[in-house]
Design a protein around this ligand. Structure first.
Ligand SMILES: O=C(O)c1cccc(C(=O)CC[C@H]2O[C@@H](n3cnc4c(=O)[nH]cnc43)[C@H](O)[C@@H]2O)c1
Length: 229
């Protein structure tokens, strides 16, 4: 389970009570819960999140106990009206929204430049089961390197990604690291703020962290049966 910061990691950990063992790796500290997931505060932004996740995946694979699933979890911005504050979003598509080139005719994703990928798809049955268990909505979760802070940028993202429910800064990086090792990925976001004009007074980080804890309490059995299937 990869979050950006320790506060998110600890909010998820609350759903898996019991002793936690810390494992220090080069560039990553993994919290191993008893009988639950391994938790990683992977850092903010797609690049650091990808690097940290790759370290944890590689260490586990070299030890002969590779992970069966990577979950990117954290708080995020929600696109109104479909993803209100405090709600949970499960990604059925994890899309890098600003990976490409700006042209006079508009934004070109990196795929149209002939490189790589811009979207990873979690296993559909898993995303649906997790959403059903936790009461989350499913849709596209965008990964951005710059938090959206204007109505114009929010509208541009909506126009380009009509199925987008939320944005965060790590999902695509975590998904790239997982895909490189053939491991499926999922992303779960609890909405802490609306995507749109910057308004620090509108952030509800505590509510979103509580929603993460509550949501993972409900969806834990789904993840467990996925990992043992
Ligand atoms: O300074 C701001 O205006 C601002 C607005 C929202 C979030 C931030 C952060 O620095 C948090 C980044 C952190 O949290 C995730 N996150 C939370 N909300 C959003 C968002 O609206 N857009 C993108 N990422 C968001 C993100 O995954 C990072 O881990 C600052």
């Amino acid at each position: 389970m990869a979050t950006a910061v320790p506060a998110e990691r600890d909010a998820v950990a609350e759903a898996f009570p019991g002793p936690v063992r810390e494992r220090e790796l080069p560039g990553a500290v993994v919290h191993e819960t008893a009988g639950g997931p391994a938790l990683l505060a992977a850092g903010v932004g797609p690049a650091l999140a990808a690097a940290s996740t790759a370290v944890a995946l590689t260490a586990a694979a070299l030890e002969g106990r590779p992970y069966g699933l990577v979950v990117c979890a954290g708080i995020g911005g929600g696109f109104a009206p479909h993803a209100p504050l405090g709600s949970l979003v499960v990604a059925d598509a994890i899309t890098a929204a600003d990976l490409g080139a700006e042209t006079a005719e508009g934004f070109l994703p990196v795929t149209e430049l002939g490189f790589g990928t811009v979207t990873h798809h979690p296993p559909a049955s898993l995303a649906e089961a997790v959403a059903a268990a936790s009461g989350a909505r499913t849709g596209t979760v965008l990964t951005v390197s710059t938090v959206t802070g204007t109505a114009a940028r929010a509208d541009a993202l909506r126009a380009r990604h009509p199925r987008a429910l939320a944005e965060g800064m790590e999902g695509f990086g975590v998904a790239e690291a997982a895909a490189a090792q053939g491991v499926p990925v999922l992303e779960v976001r609890a909405v802490s703020n609306p995507v749109g004009p910057r308004d620090r007074a509108a952030w509800r980080i505590g509510d979103a962290l509580n929603a993460l804890t509550e949501g993972f309490g409900k969806l834990a059995p789904v993840l467990e049966s996925w990992n043992t299937a």
